[in-house]
Design a protein around this ligand. Structure first.
Ligand code: IDP
Length: 138
């Protein structure tokens, strides 16, 4: 069993798509073992995306991530990191495969509806950034 970290981003929550996206996640065989709704502060968003701090889109990305509530989740399942990356689809919706969350719901390359960890080490760091042990089950 592996764990990954997921965010249903503000553009999707604003359109009330949490339920649809969670249904896709659960249909893919991933189990939700932690979940909460939060609105990120600027410093929380900057810290979460620190790896992108030198990129030209960083300021806009931080502003968007703070623009409304998100749903943060810890997901568990076989091969959870890759399974969820596959389910999300490419960063840019124009390159995302049919049937993926981003193909279905993303608005553009920035407002792309979901985040998923890109590796097991990143997943561990990201899960710990948002959840303490008491907030995770199983
Ligand atoms: P990922 O979310 O598919 O792993 P990353 O390259 O880690 O993609 O980028 C993090 C987030 O930054 C993306 O999900 C998207 O919201 C935003 N982003 C990435 N590239 C661009 C861009 O070229 N313009 C605007 N926003 C971008």
């Amino acid at each position: 069993m592996e764990r990954t970290f997921s965010i249903i981003k503000p553009d999707a929550v604003a359109r009330n798509l949490q339920g649809e996206i969670m249904a896709m996640i659960q249909s893919a065989g991933l189990r939700v073992v932690g979940m909460k709704m939060i609105q990120l502060t600027k410093s929380q968003a900057e810290g979460f995306y620190a790896v992108h701090s030198e990129r030209p889109f960083f300021g806009s990305l931080v502003e968007y991530m703070c623009s409304g509530p998100c749903v943060v989740m810890c997901l568990e399942g076989d091969n959870a990191v890759q399974k969820y990356r596959d389910l999300m689809g490419a960063t840019n919706k124009d390159n995302a495969a049919e049937g993926t969350i981003r193909k279905k719901y993303a608005l553009d390359i920035e407002k792309n509806s979901c985040h998923g960890s890109d590796g097991q080490d990143t997943a561990a760091v990201e899960i710990a950034y948002f959840f303490n042990a008491l907030e995770l089950v199983g």
